[in-house]
Ligand binder design. Structure first.
Ligand code: ZN
Length: 271
């Protein structure tokens, strides 16, 4: 790797999903080549927790951190037994640094209003239980949001959650950003900022305190502008970083160093 390539932390990448897992060694080699030094892999469903823990042991090319949890899309089929298993893994497995990806996705509807309401209520129940678990073990959380920022904030405040974490795939206004910063969160900045049409988010990211930001790809999802329809990969983090450099007043070196430190701090990882 040339010396000029900054070392970057991808705080949200689903390495275990088939699009990436099938070519994992090549995917990781390309990421290292592009300057990615560390990755956080958040789980989406209980069925993959054990596989992820195994994968973490086997992956020598690049160190990756793990968040275990139930994503709101899978919350609808989540069980008490899964929550009990999560509690036990969080207490016994040393390689888990956060609870995630958890949250609320209110863009998902049911067949009718009553079914939609029921789905959202169940998501709330599973989110609330996982947030309480994170507080119990003193770990940060990785939050998924869609049309649900006010509900997420309300629950963080209701539980007086104080371990912070990352609001994944941030988009929104200054006020929306600061509402999560005030709760001790960092904001995950990804491919969204590569789209000209995301003007509000780009404006927000430009003006936020540097301490608010961490980088992410959300690979294999969320391809950057110009790559629509393709599988996103962690190597693309270098491009997300370039787009951020264009928006920010800091030099790339200052920016890269701050993003790295912010990632460690959000995930409570040792320096
Ligand atoms: Zn995700």
């Amino acid at each position: 790797m040339p010396l000029s390539v900054p070392v970057l932390f991808d705080t949200h990448c689903h390495l275990d999903l088939p699009e990436l897992a099938a070519e994992l060694q090549a995917v990781l080699a390309a990421a290292v080549e592009a300057g990615v030094g560390r990755i956080l892999v958040p789980a989406v469903e209980a069925a993959r927790w054990r596989t992820l823990l195994q994968l973490q042991q086997q992956t020598a090319e690049l160190k990756f951190e793990l968040a275990l949890g139930i994503h709101p899309w899978w919350a609808e089929s989540a069980t008490e037994q899964q929550l009990a298993e999560l509690a036990s893994l969080l207490q016994t497995e040393a390689g888990i640094c956060a609870v995630g990806e958890i949250g609320l996705d209110f863009a998902r509807s049911g067949d009718d209003d009553a079914a939609t309401q029921q789905r959202h209520q169940w998501q709330q129940k599973i989110f609330s239980a996982q947030l309480a678990l994170a507080a119990q073990v003193g770990k940060p959380v990785v939050l998924h949001h869609r049309k649900s920022q006010p509900a997420l904030l309300a629950e963080l405040k209701r539980q007086q959650f104080c371990h912070g974490g990352i609001l994944h795939a941030f988009s929104g206004s200054q006020a929306q950003a600061h509402a999560f910063l005030d709760q001790g969160f960092k904001l995950g900045i990804g491919g969204t900022i590569s789209y000209e049409r995301a003007q509000k988010t780009r404006d927000t990211v430009k003006k936020l305190p540097l301490s608010a930001l961490v980088l992410e790809t959300d690979a294999p999802a969320m391809p950057l502008a110009g790559f629509q329809g393709q599988v996103n990969t962690p190597a693309q983090l270098a491009l997300v970083f370039q787009h951020l450099c264009l928006l920010r007043p800091e030099s790339p070196a200052v920016l890269a160093e701050a993003l790295w430190q912010n990632s460690l701090s959000a995930l409570q990882l040792p320096v």
